[in-house]
Design a protein around this ligand. Structure first.
Ligand SMILES: [Zn+2]
Length: 300
């Protein structure tokens, strides 16, 4: 039985009406009738969620383990991805400060350490104890918990595959602003549902209810703009590779609720964004606001 759940309006535009889109593990994804945003509703309450995150167990109480494990191949992947997207930063050859939010096992920290000029500070923030301990054992500098006033202010922040976990992405981006210097930069990567119209087009699991929101390019861009970020670079990449198909097949063999699809057939993408913190036009509440962007580009 589901206990401790909450019903919500669209996290992007606050519209109430939605239509059912998919079901997984007894939880549902709905699509906002106004802006098309896909989100889990009902979802686990915030209290239940925070307890689960700290312990590294699934919010649904199902025996799914959300801890996963370190993936050494990720270091090389992100060394290439960030190496290309931030090439001007590395070529400048000046020490930088970089914080990876939701650092997990620290693969991104390792990747940035390989790229960053001598004298740079590269650290991570991670709330989940088992991951945190593993990363520290690997010699990485990781701070426990979430963003707060004690979090170091850096020139660069990365937020990789975190979007789906965030309950209030506006509030999250406002927090990111507080840990970035003026004109500091943010790297975000998340799934892109722009061209996914029905559940069957999506490779792999939705990951409910650990995942509660599903981005598309226009929603992500809207979130960034209305929270005071200027998009510098945006690229979309395919995720349904041959290797992904094999991994999905293995998950199905061990009884997970996944659909195996032919590689290179899904319209699902990953989106990678480099964005800069804008430094003007604050409202009296300290939040970044411009009238034309208050509701994002989708609500006009
Ligand atoms: Zn909406």
């Amino acid at each position: 039985m589901k206990t401790d759940v909450e019903n919500i309006a669209c996290p992007y535009c606050a519209h109430i009406e939605s239509s059912h889109w998919a079901t997984e593990n007894g939880w549902s994804v709905v699509k906002c009738r106004k802006c098309g945003f896909l989100y889990c509703n009902s979802r686990p309450s915030q209290t239940l969620r925070e307890q689960s995150t700290q312990l590294g167990i699934h919010a649904a109480g199902a025996n799914l383990d959300i801890v996963e494990r370190r993936v050494p191949g990720k270091v090389e992947i992100y060394r290439r991805v960030l190496g290309g997207m931030f090439i001007d930063v590395w070529e400048r050859d000046q020490p930088i400060s970089w914080i990876d939010v939701g650092a997990g096992y620290g693969e991104i920290i390792e990747a940035v350490q390989k790229l960053a000029p001598k004298g740079s500070t590269v650290l991570g923030l991670e709330p989940m104890q088992p991951k945190l301990n593993a990363a520290r054992a690997n010699g990485l500098e990781i701070i426990e918990g979430y963003i707060d006033e004690s979090t170091p202010v850096c020139q660069y922040a990365s937020v990789i595959n975190i979007f789906s976990h965030i309950y209030d992405f506006d509030a999250f981006l406002q927090q990111i602003r507080t840990i970035l210097v003026d004109s500091g930069e943010l790297f975000i990567e998340t799934g892109d549902m722009s061209d996914v119209h029905v559940r069957g087009q999506l490779p792999g699991e939705l990951g409910l209810p650990d995942h509660v929101a599903f981005a598309s390019e226009r929603h992500l861009e809207g979130f960034l703009k209305r929270n005071g970020f200027i998009v510098v670079t945006m690229e979309r990449v395919r995720t349904d590779t041959f290797l992904f198909a094999i991994k999905t097949f293995v998950k199905r063999m061990i009884g997970r609720d996944v659909k195996v699809r032919l590689p290179y057939t899904s319209p699902y993408r990953s989106i990678r964004v480099r964005a800069k913190k804008a430094v003007s036009e604050f409202g009296s509440d300290g939040r970044f606001s411009t009238p034309s962007l208050q509701c994002g580009s989708l609500c006009e």
